[in-house]
Design a protein around this ligand. Sequence first.
Ligand code: PHE
Length: 380
Amino acid sequence: MAENSHEKTLAALGVTQSEQVAPLFAQLQTQATADLQAAHSADTFEKFRVNWLGRKSGVLTLVGDNWLKLATPELKRAVGQELNKFKAQLEAQMEARRAAIESGAEETVSTKDRVDLSLPGVARPIGSRHLIRQVFQEIEDIFVSIGFSVVQGPEIETPYYNFEALNIPEFHPVRDDMDTFYVEAATESGAKTAPGALLLRTHTSPVQIRTMEKQKPPVRVIVPGKVYRRDNPDATHSFMFHQIEGLAVDADITFCDFTGTIEYFVKQYFGPSVKTRFRPSYFPFTEPSVEFDVSCIFCGGSGCGANGATCGKCKGSQWIELFGAGMVDPAVYGFVNYDAKKLSGFAFGMGMDRLAMLKYGIDDIQAFFQNDARFLRQFP
Ligand code: PHE
């Protein structure tokens, strides 16, 4: 069809004989069929409809205006007949097309058309668990094998659980290191919580309290989780890091159970050749409290590095500080309605990041949080 023939009059197209009318409509029909073939979606179908049946400037309207209305009396009959035929045929074609698009058959065909099966596939790399997660899994396996179970608690805590119930009253000096990261949150009614009513927990120890509130002895749990402190970031500090808390409470748990459990864990985790030692320490919620060390994993506890130099990791001290622990202070039982006369137990709190760094020879804690695939890929 001459392009846009419907925009011209028959006279302008040189149509003067009625025999010329049918071929003109045949061209229009060919064009319509081709356009409709190309409509594969509801969208393109709608464009087709507007283009051909649109009331103001659709092809059919213009054919009516330019060809039929302006036809000479001799041609009018032939044009009217052809136009009706064309309209009927177009409607039937469109109906069939609409049904095909709606049933989805059209989409499938067009999608199939687009897929080039000879192209190489897209290989999506499969991720792996973060080293911290893997280390927790190792630690969990060890403790689960000796009867501990895993519990969790909230990262946003109240000062009661983070401090008071752990025998750390307001104004106690040990709060100085931790008294930080208070948060405001909206309550259910939309009001803000009072200043100082909530904070990001500074250790996993509040979950000791939450567990004992919920559960009668015997208790044997470990608690993995994130904790937050006002530490400036450097190779060994981060404002957020991971701890694993441990708590065991029962009738007649002794200091020997405590040391035996911890030594068992450390030897499972680092290997049977490490030596261990306890040093006296202080935590308000344990009594006695200890700091637990292992012989330096890097120099085998000799204090010497390669070629006789001082070991850079333990600085020649032969020992590496691992974590804090102790026998649960009887005062803590008072906060959870446990009978301090009948019960005893121990607790520990280990830095998971630190345990991972020691075992896997990582010298910058920040590597855990930078999401650098080159680092993460080393621990598939
Ligand atoms: N919560 C202590 C800390 O973060 C560690 C600890 C846990 C000490 C349990 C004793 C018992 O420093």
